[in-house]
Every structure is written in C-alpha cells, then in structure tokens.
Design a protein around this ligand. Structure first.
Ligand code: UN1
Length: 502
C-alpha cells in the first residue's frame, strides 16, 4: 500500500494544499509515497511554531541536548537497514551506498553528542584590572534547512544534528522526490526525546518554500538558512537572505577535477575516476567532472578507464552495482538535454556501461527505470559546456595538460570550488596542487567524493559562499558569538582610555 505522508509541525500533521507522488526511479510505475505539499503560508506558520518551541530548547542544558543527539544516533543505527532500503527504493541509490549514507548520520551524531559537553566559550584577558572578559556561543534561533534528494538523509543530518545540539529549532524542507526517506528520518529524530516543535518537517515545492521563507525572515522567525542544492537556486537564496542581512549556509554544485600526473598509479586513478564519476550515477555534488590527464599517460589512462567502465555493473540498485538509475525524471530531462549538446561536439568514447540482467533498461530513455549509459567524453576543451558546467549525471570529460601549473589553471577554470583530487606519487606535486586549487576539499590518491563526516565540508565560488558544514566548523553557522565583560572594580573603567601608560 502506498504511504501517505504530510508535513509534521509542532508534533502534529499539518494541512496540505496539493499532492506529489514520489516514485521509485528503478521502476517509475511504483509510487513510494503520496506526499501532501504545504503552501507558503503553512511554511511561514511552521517557522512561528519552531520559534515558540526554541525558547525552552535553548534553555535545556547543552549536555542534555547532547544526550538527545546520542539517542538519535542509537535509534538511527538500530533502524539503519530499513532506512537504507527506503532510500534505495525512493532514489535508486545502490544499497551499499544507502547504508553508508545512514552510517554518516550516526557518525555525525557521534561527533556532536560530545559537543554538548563542550560548546566552549573563552575567558579573555582584559586591558583593565578587576575586569573579566568572556565569550559565549548562543544559538541563532530558528534554522530553515532546505535539502536536495541525492543524499536524502546524510546531508540533512549535517544541518539538523549540529543545529539542534546548539539549541536551535529547525524547519526542514526536504526534496519532494525523497520525501519518504526524509519522513522516516524525521520520525526517528522525533522519537528520540526532542520536544515537539523543535524539529519540524515541511513538504512543499520550491516556489512556495521560497515565498514562505521570505515571509518568515521578514517576520523575524528564521535567523539562519541552510541550503544544499544547485548553484542557481543557491544564488537566489543568497540574494534573498542578503536583502534581509542574513548569511545562509550554502552547499552548492561542483565541477570537481581530478588531475592525473605522469607518476600516478594509473590503476588506482582509474578506480578513483570510476567511483567518483559514475558512482551514485554521477549525482553527488562531489562527483568527478573532468579528468585532467598528463599528455604522456592520457592514452593509457583513457583505454583503462573505458575498459573499467565497460565492465562496471549499472542496474538494479538493490544489487551490487556501481550505479542505479538517475534520481528523478527532472534530472533525466536535464541530463538528456546535456547529451544532445555533447553528441555533435565530441567523440563519445563509450556509452557502454554494462547493464546488468536485473536492469529493465538498456537505452538512453525509456520505460521502467530512469537508467542511463555512463559516458566518457574524451577531448573536452576549456570553455566547452561539458568542461564548464555541472552535469549531475553519469558523464565524465577527459582533457590533457603538460605542466602542473597548467593543470591547476584548468582545474580552477569552471569557477566552482567544492572538491578536487590529484593522483601522484610525488608529495611536492600534491602540496603544490593543494595550494593552487580553489576547492574547499582536496584528495590525494583518492576520489573526489566520499568526504568524512567530521572534516569541514563546503566550497567556494559557484560551489558556495565559503560556509562550512560538518565537524566543529559548522558550530559557527548555528551559534553566534557573544562577548561579555564584567567589571568588579566598583568604578567606571573606560576601554582604550583607562589603560595604563606604556
Ligand atoms: C552531496 O552530494 O551533497 O563527500 C554531498 C561525499 C559525500 C557527501 C556528498 N560524503 O561524496
């Protein structure tokens, strides 16, 4: 029976105005959930509810909030397989990756449960005697969190867990096409002892969300926006927040380069390129965009890469495959449009990923599932669309370079700056690359994707506004520093004016 799900605000099911069917991309005839969508007014109302609940939650001692985070982690862990199965069913992510994604929620909880006993402020020396200076981290208030569906549970947890730990309330708007996974995750969070209204989940389309969000910001209920999604929408959110003097946390697209040096272990590089380019059907924000290969190893690399891809299994995500279908038809439409542009411009070296027996599809479009042949496009040039734009699909460009400086310039050219990678056995090349690359994340002899949950995650340029998620760095997104001075001299001491002569 099809699940019926609706928004949950203040612990109660909230009204919807329209419905959306979230389908299984491996078999689009299967409706995974019928989702009630709320309108802009309902979104704004949810933010008011969150604001009410936030006051008490902020007064709950941080170590107690940490214990709630601990119990979220335990509950997610106990339900990991069921949640991973649902993720696979709803967005077509291979089961092993879905399980890894659920693991990432647990890792995030593990990290932040202890932060409840730290959340350190500082004591700072004063210019004057008999005066003490302190700093405190205060919660921002209500965070509106808007997330994509390619990581329907792990990436949301990067926002939800630290935001809640820091004493904020959250209104979470997940992607509609991943609504069932989001709803299941919400239920686990809600069952872990969070007071009602502290975490709310609202399903709504992009337009209603945007309108409701602006209302909430104007009304003063939302103080922080967290957004993971396309650079295009991120720019709109950034502009809107900027109008109201807010700085959002933006995690946007990527055109992540992989530089392959002449001294690289080529088999390792091929393995990394295969996973980074075609794992998750190329739909990670950290997926490989262009392999930038030294001219002396280009032919050998391409030959091995093409062979490895031809041997890879693409098919039923419940099985042991490199990739399943695309997430949702809207990404397939965009990807299709991209392929139409690519075909007349390039030699497509292969479109033959092996479609496994379980896979209902073998062609570019079609009935059944939204499966696409993965494609390697050799000979992309700086300035080409394929070189410059994020595709969010299973396609990787290859180009060549002769010096490392040239490779770094090519790697930075598209203007994104999320992840990057270099394959080399020379530490000097690795460190020179790290220094020159604009990306927030650099891998050496590893894939562009697969960041660990306690390092700063985020990008520059078209990949974000420099904000960082994960680890201790995200605390600066969900708290604001407050400075306090306490003068116990019994007289008015004036900073800058009462300082002893030097
Ligand atoms: C994303 O696609 O938005 O580093 C995040 C990685 C994952 C997260 C990707 N841990 O590939």
């Amino acid at each position: 029976m099809t699940r019926q799900i609706v928004s949950v605000v203040g612990g109660k099911e909230a009204a919807s105005t329209t419905t959306y069917d979230s389908t299984n991309p491996a078999d689009t005839a299967e409706v995974v959930a019928r989702v009630g969508l709320a309108d802009a007014a309902a979104f704004a109302a949810a933010c008011r509810t969150a604001k009410e609940a936030q006051r008490e939650w902020a007064r709950t001692p941080a170590p107690v909030r940490g214990r709630v985070i601990a119990s979220i982690g335990r509950l997610v862990e106990a339900n990991a397989e069921a949640l991973a199965r649902l993720v696979t069913e709803e967005i077509g992510k291979p089961y092993a990756e879905s399980l890894g994604e659920v693991r990432e929620i647990v890792d995030t909880c593990d990290f932040f449960l202890g932060e409840g006993r730290r959340l350190y402020g500082q004591t700072v020396p004063s210019e004057m005697p008999d005066k003490n200076l302190f700093t405190f981290r205060n919660p921002v208030g209500v965070a509106a969190v808007i997330t994509a569906g390619n990581f329907p549970v792990a990436v949301p947890s990067w926002y939800l867990v630290p935001a809640l730990l820091c004493g904020n309330a959250v209104v979470w708007k997940p992607a509609e096409y991943a609504a069932a996974s989001a709803h299941a995750m919400y239920q686990l969070f809600a069952a872990s002892g969070l007071p009602e209204g502290v975490l709310n989940v609202v399903f709504a389309d992009g337009r209603e969300t945007f309108e409701g969000l602006e209302t909430a910001i104007v009304e003063g209920t939302v103080q922080k926006v967290g957004f993971t999604g396309s650079s295009e929408v991120g720019r709109k959110i950034g502009e809107m927040c900027g109008r109201h003097l807010q700085s959002p946390c933006l995690e946007l697209g990527g055109k992540n380069p992989m530089v392959i040096m002449p001294d690289a272990d080529l088999d390792l590089a091929v393995e990394g390129a295969l996973f980074a380019g075609f794992g998750t059907a190329g739909q990670r924000c950290t997926s490989l965009g262009t392999a930038i290969v030294h001219e002396s190893v280009h032919d050998e690399f391409v030959e091995r890469f093409v062979r490895a891809l031809a041997e890879a299994e693409i098919g039923d995500p419940k099985g042991d495959v490199l990739a399943g279908p695309l997430l949702d038809q809207k990404f397939a439409d965009r990807f299709e449009e991209f392929l139409t542009w690519v075909r007349p411009h390039h030699t497509v070296r292969t479109d033959q990923g092996r479609i496994s027996a379980d896979s209902p599809r073998g062609s570019f479009t079609g009935e059944g599932g939204i499966y696409y042949h993965p494609t390697i496009v050799d000979g992309v040039k700086p300035g080409d669309r394929l070189f410059m734009e994020e595709t969010f699909g299973p396609i990787v460009g290859v180009t060549t370079f002769s010096t490392l400086d040239e490779a770094i310039e090519l790697a930075n050219l598209p203007g994104y700056g999320l992840s990057s990678s270099i394959y080399t056995t020379d530490p000097r090349s690795a460190f020179r690359f790290r220094e020159g690359i604009s990306a927030g994340m650099v891998s050496v002899n590893n894939s562009t994707s697969g960041a660990e949950a306690h390092l700063p995650f985020g990008g520059n340029g078209k990949s974000g506004n420099g904000s960082r998620q994960s680890g201790m760095w995200v605390l600066d997104q969900f708290t604001r520093w407050q400075a306090m001075n306490w003068d116990h001299s019994g007289r008015l001491q004036k900073a800058q004016m009462d300082v002893a002569e030097i």
